[in-house]
Design a protein around this ligand. Structure first.
Ligand SMILES: NC(=O)c1ccc[n+]([C@@H]2O[C@H](COP(=O)([O-])OP(=O)(O)OC[C@H]3O[C@@H](n4cnc5c(N)ncnc54)[C@H](OP(=O)(O)O)[C@@H]3O)[C@@H](O)[C@H]2O)c1
Length: 454
């Protein structure tokens, strides 16, 4: 029964929602740092990783660097935080699935999940997902390895298949090779400029090349630079997942949203997306972010540090939805806003559920049980306070909404908000910047130096 359930791919689909669980001439670039153009790439030493080419690619690599098969990436070798990030050079990995594509990365972004993953966030669950995915890919009898993994005590270090691990969930770049089933899908060909995401169980995009599924990329919006385009996919698809999938809002026109924490990477996209759909948006942020949030179209901006915070939130209520992007440390305070939701139909949707941290702490079965308990408990509270519903939302790697975003980006109804951009050599500084918090939009990695030098 369990095996049948797995074979159907249901567990894969559920797990792939986790953590997997981030214009035009633009664009609000608040501050872009300009750095010396370093060409010695001194961070990158050769690693012992070797790979051999496999079948399904439809054309040989094209640039000199491609021909050499060199992949430069930032990787962790243990879950000991940002300091463990190391630059390495290895062979470009082969495409293993016929629906995969190899992309030369021009730009990528850094998200809080990258920082959390350097510390082991979700490691056990993601390892299970990696194991399940490799079982599926090999098309061997599915179940034995996975069931064995499931029955193992879910302890950190029980599996080590993830290292060295490259982080980075979204990117923009150029298609270099395609698996045979990927060719022509979604109108994409070798040489096309694309943007998209890579599933959280895969090697990430903080590298000069990334392998992604054809189904999680689309043509890059024509009016955007690579840097601007790479600021959209992860936060956009997270927003889509929270509002359209978890919230199941089909028509947002005239709805009232309270967005807690609108000033960060997800928030600066989410409020613009909601406004583009005719939604009434009230957001909370620090006082110094108020001007930015107003410029993004918010109807009312509330400083979350002000004394009258609750009265202000109440003043603009009732809301159809509270979208909580303010992070896990504010969860308890954020939950208080459920009393200002519309009764019965109101929804509190958080992007910081304890799902993966419960799995980390209590193992697969214990964590699953704790998750059910936590979700029931928060729903009990929200039902008591306002007869509303509490839901947990996760990033979903799905290319289709990117087409919708492209329309909005090309018509300039949404613009990327980039706080700061770092060169690829400065990746560690970029991670530190995200870890420092208080972000106003996105922190980006600009890899053009590497593209142009090869
Ligand atoms: N479940 C998922 O799949 C998923 C996917 C993406 C993101 N997330 C989570 O969603 C959250 C938002 O992501 P992000 O990328 O937008 O993070 P971010 O870029 O770090 O932004 C967080 C923003 O919230 C503000 N903030 C902090 N405390 C606040 C409070 N009490 N009230 C209002 N605003 C507050 C911060 O600025 P100040 O500190 O200066 O106020 C910052 O602008 C993060 O916790 C992230 O981990 C989850």
């Amino acid at each position: 029964m369990l095996k049948r359930h797995f074979a159907s791919g249901n567990l894969l689909r559920i797990l792939s929602l986790l953590g997997d669980s981030h214009l035009g001439p633009c664009r609000r670039i608040i501050r872009i740092r300009h750095h010396h153009h370093r060409r010695n790439f001194s961070h990158f030493s050769s690693s012992s990783t070797t790979t051999s080419s496999t079948k399904p690619a439809d054309s040989p690599p094209r640039s000199k660097s491609d021909a050499r098969g060199e992949l430069r990436s930032w990787q962790i070798h243990a879950y000991s935080g940002i300091d463990d990030l190391q630059a390495s050079t290895s062979r470009i990995p082969p495409i293993k699935s016929p629906t995969d594509v190899l992309i030369r990365v021009h730009a990528s972004s850094i998200n809080p999940i990258d920082i959390a993953m350097t510390r082991g966030y979700g490691a056990d669950t993601l390892n299970l997902l990696r194991g399940l995915c490799s079982s599926e890919q090999s098309k061997g009898p599915f179940g034995l390895q996975s069931l064995k993994q499931l029955s193992l005590p879910f302890r950190r270090g029980a599996t080590t298949i993830e290292f060295p691990l490259t982080l980075g969930r979204d990117f923009s770049g150029v298609i270099v090779q395609m698996g045979h089933e990927a060719r022509g899908k979604h109108g994409l060909r070798v040489g096309d400029e694309v943007f998209g995401v890579v599933g959280v169980q895969r090697q990430g995009a903080h590298a000069t090349y990334v392998i992604s599924s054809i189904d999680t990329i689309r043509q890059k919006p024509k009016n955007m630079s690579f840097l601007e385009a790479a600021a959209i996919p992860y936060v956009g698809l997270t927003t889509w997942a929270a509002i359209r999938v978890t919230g199941a809002f089909s028509n947002l026109n005239g709805k009232r949203f309270l967005v807690l924490g609108g000033s960060g990477g997800v928030g600066t996209f989410a409020v613009q997306y909601l406004k583009s759909q005719g939604t009434h948006v009230v957001t909370t942020c620090s006082s110094e972010a108020e001007a930015l949030m107003t410029s993004l179209g918010c109807d009312f901006v509330i400083d979350y540090k002000m004394q009258e915070f609750s009265e202000m939130v109440k003043h603009y209520s009732p809301y159809d939805c509270v979208l909580d992007l303010s992070g896990p440390t504010n969860y308890k305070k954020s939950l208080e806003t459920i009393q200002y939701l519309k009764a019965v139909t109101g929804q509190y949707i958080t992007l910081s559920p304890p799902f993966l941290s419960n799995m980390d702490k209590f193992g697969f079965l214990g964590g699953a049980a704790k998750n059910v308990g936590d979700l029931l408990n928060s729903n009990y509270q929200s039902w008591n306070k306002g007869q509303s519903v509490t839901k947990w939302a996760f990033f979903i790697p799905n290319g289709a909404p990117l087409e919708n975003f492209t329309d909005l980006l090309q018509s300039k109804r949404i613009r990327p908000v980039i706080q700061e951009s770092f060169k690829f050599d400065e990746t560690k500084d970029a991670y530190k910047r995200v870890d420092d918090g208080h972000l106003r939009g996105k922190i980006m990695l600009d890899m053009e130096d590497y593209v142009n030098s090869n």
